[in-house]
Write a protein that binds this ligand. Structure first.
Ligand SMILES: [Zn+2]
Length: 313
């Protein structure tokens, strides 16, 4: 695929990198995403500025293309973000506009689909045909390769597993407007809210942590109530993972995202213990790509939707 520009557009940060065919990440830049910017020309100006910055002064081989990994929902047939919960830049034809500026192919994919491709090409999915990538970060999402083929769905939104229904005890609201969804409980964004509701439900004192980090730090200091809560967090995430297993029958589930990567010691053993054994348990492992799986996957599609794991259309 030659050198590609990969863009990982998240609600908080945008990362841009030049990536070689071997997966080596060259020059890279990161900037806060102007999430409140709804003006198409200013938003495109932000992205093109970052891309110009890392491609300035290059004299070696031309770029094979630009790949965008974006937080969904997306419409990859039109190269747009559609109603993203945390960004104002909806319904802007990003791929068409960037292609007009840089005169090369520009392709888009949702960030978790990019993540599973990153793992298939450069991470723990290499050599496997049935892989699920699960990110537990600010939000929760998934990407699935089944029988060697990436599952895209109609517009590129298959496997929105963060919206699997996992609980009716606490009945918490999710960013999508419905209740009981996995993302509304154990994602980094919602974990403090889940903790507040958990304390209320169990009549425990609530000491007002604002972040997931504060809650896990308290668990590490041995607070019994918080440890009990963390066990419930693992139980809820195990409901989601159990649904992933019965839906996709994967050989391996690769977990990524800051919440699970930073707290695997507290979460992973009990999570695996709570997973249903209806189907044989797949390998459940942490990504070793240091958060770069979506960026690497964006580079894969920059070279074309036709990957060695199937024609992406
Ligand atoms: Zn939801």
């Amino acid at each position: 695929m030659g050198h590609a520009v990969a863009v990982d557009l998240g609600a908080t940060h945008t990362r841009v990198a030049i990536i070689g065919e071997d997966g080596n990440i060259g020059r890279r830049r990161e900037a806060p995403t102007p999430a409140k910017e709804s003006d198409p020309s200013r938003f495109i100006g932000f992205l093109s500025g970052l891309i110009e910055d890392i491609t300035a002064g290059r004299t070696d081989e031309p770029l094979s293309g630009i790949g965008l990994s974006v937080a969904g929902p997306v419409d990859i047939t039109r190269g747009m973000l559609v109603n993203p919960p945390n960004m104002a830049c909806r319904d802007i034809p990003l791929t068409t506009l960037l292609s007009g500026i840089f005169h090369c192919p520009v392709r888009m994919i949702n960030d978790c689909h990019a993540g599973v491709l990153g793992e298939m090409y450069y991470g723990k999915g290499q050599g496997k045909q049935d892989v699920v990538y699960v990110t537990i970060s600010t939000g929760i999402g998934g990407g699935v390769v089944s029988g060697g083929t990436l599952l895209l769905g109609r517009k590129g939104n298959a496997a929105e597993i963060g919206h699997f229904h996992v609980d009716s005890t606490y009945d918490l609201s999710c960013s999508c407007g419905h209740t009981g969804h996995w993302e509304g409980y154990t994602s980094g964004h919602y974990l403090p809210w889940f903790f507040a509701e958990w304390c209320r439900y169990h009549a425990k004192p609530h000491w007002g942590p604002d972040t997931a980090e504060e809650i896990f730090a308290s668990a590490r200091q041995g607070d019994d109530d918080v440890l009990r809560f963390v066990r419930d967090v693992a139980r809820i995430s195990a409901r989601g993972i159990s649904d992933v297993i019965v839906a996709y029958d994967p050989a391996i589930i690769i977990l990524d995202g800051a919440v699970i990567r930073s707290n695997a010691d507290l979460l992973l053993p009990s999570l695996i213990g709570f997973v249903d054994r209806f189907l044989p348990l797949p390998e459940i492992v942490l990504s070793d790509l240091r958060g770069d799986a979506p960026l690497l996957g964006a580079a894969v599609i920059a070279g074309g939707y036709e990957t060695r794991y199937g024609d992406l259309g």
